[in-house]
Design a protein around this ligand. Structure first.
Ligand code: FES
Ligand code: FES
Length: 167
């Protein structure tokens, strides 16, 4: 079996104890994924596995065997940024940038979760598709912390992309 990381097939680590975070950073040198708390509390290490957001510090690399892993490097580039990457720049959704890869990976999955009708703690009506509001986005992104205080810009950037998709 192999892991498909950013559309490249790679061998899983031989040591089953290696976290996905360490595998990405130390073995594949994909250092866009950041180490924050290393214990599931900050969201800095968020990546996508088969399109769903996961905390790579709490995931063993071997658990992604046969699956598709996408990191910030796989979403876009300076020359061809993902719409969320461009929006974060436009809306000042970052200061030091340390939390940004995790924020953007989480936001990619979060937008899909809303589009698929997954409710959150603050969704008022569970019988209808959740409405994209500031409150919904803040609740759904609450697992991704920003120590710089760029939260307002982050929410503005995500809402801007969400509105473009609806329009
Ligand atoms: Fe994984 Fe903080 S480094 S949640
Ligand atoms: Fe610095 Fe978020 S931009 S931690």
């Amino acid at each position: 079996m192999t892991i498909r990381v950013n559309d490249v097939e790679v061998e899983p680590p031989g040591d089953a104890r290696v976290s996905l975070l360490d595998f990405l950073r130390e073995e594949l040198h994909l250092t866009g994924t950041k180490v924050g708390c290393n214990q599931g509390a900050c969201g800095a290490c968020t990546v996508l596995v088969d399109g769903e957001r996961v905390l790579s510090c709490l995931t063993l690399a071997v658990q992604t065997d046969g699956r598709r892993v996408t990191t910030i490097e796989g979403l876009g580039s300076s020359e061809d940024p993902h719409p969320l990457q461009a929006a974060f720049v436009e809306h000042d959704g970052l200061q030091c940038g340390y939390c940004t890869p995790g924020q953007i990976c989480a936001a990619v999955a979060m937008l899909r979760e809303i589009a698929e009708g997954m409710p959150s703690y603050v969704t008022a009506d569970l019988a209808t598709t959740p409405v994209m509001t500031d409150e919904e986005v803040r609740e759904r992104m609450s697992g991704n912390l920003c120590r710089c205080g760029a939260h307002n810009g982050i929410i503005d950037a995500i809402l801007a992309v969400a509105r473009e998709r609806v329009a």
